[in-house]
Design a protein around this ligand. Sequence first.
Ligand code: LAC
Ligand code: ZN
Length: 464
Amino acid sequence: MRSSERSPGSIVDDLVLMIGDAGVLEGQDVSDRFDGWPPERALQARCIARPNSTEQVSKVLQYCNAAGLKVIPHGGRTGISGGARSGADDIVLSLERLNRIESVNPVDRTMTVDAGVPLATVQSAAQDHGMLYPVDIGARGSATIGGTIATNAGGTRVLRYGSTREQVLGLEAVLADGTIISSMNRLMKNNAGYDIKQLFIGTEGTLGIVTRAVLRLRSLSKSNATAFVGVASFDHVLKLLERLSVACADVLTSFEVMWPGFVELVIAHSTHRNPLSGFHKFCVLVETDGSTAEKALEETLGELLEHGAIDDAVIAQNARQAAEIWNVRDDATARAAAMKPNIHFDIGLPQSEMNAYVVNLRTTLKDTWPNAKLLVFGHLADGNLHINISVGVATEAMLAAVDRAVYEPLSAIGGTLAAEHGVGLLKRDYLALVRGPDEIALMRKLKNTLDPNETLNPGKVIPR
Ligand code: LAC
Ligand code: ZN
């Protein structure tokens, strides 16, 4: 139905009259989408509102807030924590039509963008200007910059550049009642009052909807090096990190660790080649970036090989080889195929505790489900592990038991249940294991203050 044929009164018609035909999707256009990754569950919603300006976002929120409707913000829906899940009566608010790169300023080293721009587009726009937007994740093609801000996305270069929080200089957000908060700071240093943007970074659309941002850009280095290393034990992994942290201090960008069985599994479920000639207990993908990147890495790995501290290593000779190495680390489709049905975790814990934690988890799982599959990999240098578990077709009770096996031991060792993917829906009920009652009470107070009607992404992040 065209907007000219709509009449005020029904919710969807009201929204069409507000933001136009192209602004609202219904019916099959809704159910053809998925509500997360992997793409398993069809999206449910009354409609998808797709405003094309901050003012339209404001109008939609003002309307929904007054009408008691629930609004679920959508970026690329690759957060894997259920943060984008919605119900049949909800309004999904997609930022996909807010997709302009407004400006790149090489002197100030900033980029100003709309929230719906895909991360990969931001990365290549920075490159076109000889600069780097350093956040990188496997889902770069679908994840939007707004989604990465809302979840404070991490990825494979946090060790060197920090997570998304460190890249956002300023932003614009719309509150539940439609108020537009413009906090588009462009300065590296600005202590003039509260740092308001932090309310919206990593809060998963529960306090406001990010519509624009000013991003900090870095220098694009002329040379980088990628290596794949096989080592005999977890202690050797830690020694490798210690050595590289000194020898490649200025250039170490990524230190991605794959636990025993990871490479074998990915090779078996994909067309990728094993970068090394044999299989090893632990494998580490190391990347260095900077003027001494190649020399520093080659010398350090050569020395470690000679002393038997590592078993084997290969350094990519060109960009294609580097991409092939990264594909083994990054192929989420192969992992999902091998682990189906896969339960995904994104935990944080001190490096000193990791080995014992994983050994204990394996024992706990095998005691209950002898056929359980466990796949461990992650951003070790950031204290962040991804854990994939499969216990076959799982009942709700089984899923809860797996959750507890993963989360409960984290309390005592100062761990976290969400290192870079956020809490969403799937981890909400365990938050009290890793955050104190006063912290959670303050989160609830902030939520009540900014969104008293619980319009924005209700039921996410904060335990009921
Ligand atoms: C990764 C995603 C799962 O690190 O965060 O591959
Ligand atoms: Zn990750």
